[in-house]
Design a protein around this ligand. Structure first.
Ligand code: NAP
Length: 487
């Protein structure tokens, strides 16, 4: 059913526009315009925090820290469970909000609500399973007791591409572990985080446990918070260059850090793969979120014996996708987030073609309004092309061939990144051998999507530090204390 203007207004008007500090919504002198990337029009204005207001948010998180750490685990879990239920009840409105500010098609935004809310349900269950150990020292006598305690106030910085899930993936474990937090969404997509905070308050979260700052000066506002000795944890999802800078800043107070950074995922198709499954997997790994995902297949490495057939099938599927504003019925490919994103994708495709690649479908940006780029398949891409080393963050599938398993794996690993890899093969031994040899934090075998709140998400090499989700997720928000007891 088509989304009406009334629904759009109702959903936008329901979003708080201030900073959330100590349970109060606070207005600011200046505001940030939020743009709909499908139209280029301003749809809302939100508060623009100063560095002083950033520190006020930290003051509030620090003031609430002891009480929240002392709150019963069950009570912490119940808040998350209630927030999960509210997000699920309001899935349609939250999905629409995400589509309006970020551009993804509504069907995908609904999928993100399900995925994002699930982090709250998962961590509501983890809150009551935080446990330590008790053992006898090998030499006898002394008893070794370990206990888990909340690490302390957390600063969470999230990107624009998954406005809900990147927030719940950080706030869920923080709240469950007994930490208070400040969250700073990207200036391009602040509305979903503000709506999420309102849901948490409605679910009974006490004042100051989660504080939200929106700002157009992310560096100037973040650095004083990170360098303040009261902060104990920094969790960031975003690009590798910004992540490196934040790690440097975190070094001063030796913060516990989680860094979910950039990716350059290889998608390997072996000669014995089921090609229909591989094409299906590539559609997900490439086209989810219009290719604007850190997990997006960036390099499709295909055995030369099946490359032509695979490329033809993929081009047919990608070329048939419906492009348009994400709120329209049947749209499968929304706009990219801004004009700069379209320029970057255009540059990368031009570079690959200049170096000898062939365009099977797509290949040219679509005129405005809005920031649209069509699904594109490139064949004959060489390892000298920029797409081999740079994150595309758009709907472009470059196909690169290989002849032996060793060559395919070497090409897959020939990158500074190591977030995720995908491999398609019907041979179990090959699948496991390849999974062991790939230098990534995650591997999808015969599947084009790995994200799952019950699994540890994260990368190696320049893709990051730490894991989010799974049993590992809550550990990032806990410290281990050892108590030696002489009997
Ligand atoms: P980005 O520029 O690094 O921005 C990410 C966040 O950091 C935003 O909130 C941004 O705020 C903030 N930021 C930028 N500069 C900052 C600074 N100097 N100090 C403090 N905060 C700062 O990344 P992006 O281009 O928006 O997002 C795409 C990137 O995120 C891609 O590389 C993608 O792979 C990565 N990503 C990784 C994962 C993962 O789990 N590994 C998941 C999703 C995305 P402003 O935008 O308001 O400046």
């Amino acid at each position: 059913m088509a989304v009406t203007d009334e629904t759009v207004s109702r959903v936008l008007n329901a979003v708080p526009q201030g900073l959330l500090i100590g349970g109060k919504w606070i207005g600011t002198e200046h505001t940030i315009d939020v743009e709909n990337p499908a139209t280029g029009q301003t749809i809302a204005q939100v508060a623009d925090a100063t560095p002083e207001q950033g520190i006020e948010a930290l003051d509030a998180a620090v003031a609430a820290a002891d009480d929240w750490a002392a709150t019963d685990p069950r009570a912490r879990g119940e808040v998350l469970r209630k927030a999960f239920e509210l997000l699920t009840e309001r899935a349609e409105d939250i999905a629409l909000l995400m589509t309006l500010e970020m551009g993804k098609p509504l069907a995908e935004a609904r999928g993100e609500v399900t995925y994002g809310a699930e982090f709250f349900r998962w961590f509501s269950e983890e809150a009551v399973r935080i446990a330590g150990r008790y053992s006898v020292a090998p030499s006898g006598g002394t008893r070794l007791l370990t206990m888990k305690q909340p690490v302390g106030p957390v600063y969470a910085i999230t990107p624009w591409n998954f406005p809900l899930a990147m927030g719940t993936r950080k706030l869920g474990p923080a709240i469950a572990a007994g930490c208070t937090a400040i969250i700073k969404p990207a200036a391009q997509t602040p509305l979903t985080t503000l709506a999420l905070a309102a849901v948490l308050i409605e679910a009974g979260l006490p004042d100051g446990v989660v504080n939200v700052i929106t700002t157009s000066h992310s560096g100037a506002v973040s650095e004083p918070i990170i360098r303040d000795p009261r902060l104990r944890k920094l969790t960031f999802t975003g690009s590798t260059p910004v992540g490196r800078r934040l790690i440097e800043q975190s070094a001063q107070n030796v913060l516990k850090t989680s860094m979910e950074l950039g990716g350059n995922a290889p998608f390997l198709v072996f000669a014995d793969a089921d090609l229909d499954k591989a094409v299906e997997g590539a559609m997900l790994a490439k086209m989810r979120n219009i290719g604007e995902a850190c997990t997006a297949a960036n390099r499709l490495l295909v055995h030369s014996s099946v490359a032509q057939e695979f490329a033809g099938k993929l081009a047919e599927r990608m070329g048939a996708m419906t492009i348009g504003p994400g709120i329209e019925d049947g749209v499968q490919v929304g706009p990219l987030v801004d004009a700069a994103a379209v320029d970057k994708v255009t540059e990368l495709v031009t570079d690959a073609v200049d170096r000898g690649a062939t365009v099977l479908t797509g290949g040219t940006a679509i005129d405005g309004p809005g920031h649209f780029y069509p699904p594109t398949v490139l064949t004959g891409v060489g390892t000298d092309a920029r797409v081999f080393t740079e994150e595309i963050f758009g709907p472009v599938a470059p196909i690169i061939t290989f002849d032996t398993d060793d060559e395919g794996i070497a090409k897959a690993n020939d990158t500074e990144y190591g977030l995720v890899a995908y491999a398609f093969t019907e041979n179990l031994t090959r699948a496991l051998t390849v999974a062991e040899r790939l230098q990534t934090g995650m591997v999808g075998i015969n599947q084009g999507i790995v994200s799952n709140p019950a699994a540890p998400f994260g990368g190696v090499k320049s893709s990051g530090l730490g894991r989010e989700g799974g049993a590992e997720g809550i550990e990032e928000y806990l410290e281990t204390k050892y108590v030696g007891i002489k009997l």
